[in-house]
Design a protein around this ligand. Sequence first.
Ligand SMILES: Cc1cc2nc3c(=O)[nH]c(=O)nc-3n(C[C@H](O)[C@H](O)[C@H](O)COP(=O)(O)O)c2cc1C
Length: 180
Amino acid sequence: MNSTLVVFYSYSGTCRRAAQLLASHCGWPLAEIRDARPRAGFMGDLRCVLDSMLRRRPAIRYEGAAPADFDAVVIVSPIWAYQMAGPMRTFLAENAGRLRRLAQVTVMNAAGASNAVGEATRLLQRAPVLTAEFLTREIQDGSGTTRLLAFGEALASASGTQAPPHRALTEADISQPITH
Ligand SMILES: Cc1cc2nc3c(=O)[nH]c(=O)nc-3n(C[C@H](O)[C@H](O)[C@H](O)COP(=O)(O)O)c2cc1C
């Protein structure tokens, strides 16, 4: 088995975009974590903050491929109130025993990625094999794309899978609109 799955959670579209870029560049399948109880507006934001402050594990819906079927899983998620977004906490807690090798991508405005890596390490009882953090701006304006794709290639090399062929980024990669 030599395969990698990209699993993302996104509230406002940035992590979705990062995960789509990574998965399409590396030819990896993509799976989304959704809130069982959707969030929106002020109350949605408040729930995000409370989930972080109280380290809650909000109910999620996950209909992607089984993580246990993959050699490696890359998680992509935002930071809320200096912590890993609650739905990704739930996913990791529910799948800790099924994740062979975990790589972690964090997207944030300014700070909190190290806490998210620390939490993933505690939940899995081992450190992710590779981590990378990006600012929201780097994903949105494309300035982080090269580094994101290099992350994918490094993981592919470390996994013993063939690194994806280099291809020139198209305008569509850079300016793909963020969907909410
Ligand atoms: C409720 C809330 C709390 C946030 N807290 C932080 C934070 O503590 N540190 C930070 O750098 N960014 C914080 N952010 C910004 C998000 O991490 C950032 O916008 C990220 O790109 C969002 O990803 P998404 O669009 O995939 O949901 C917060 C965003 C929200 C909605």
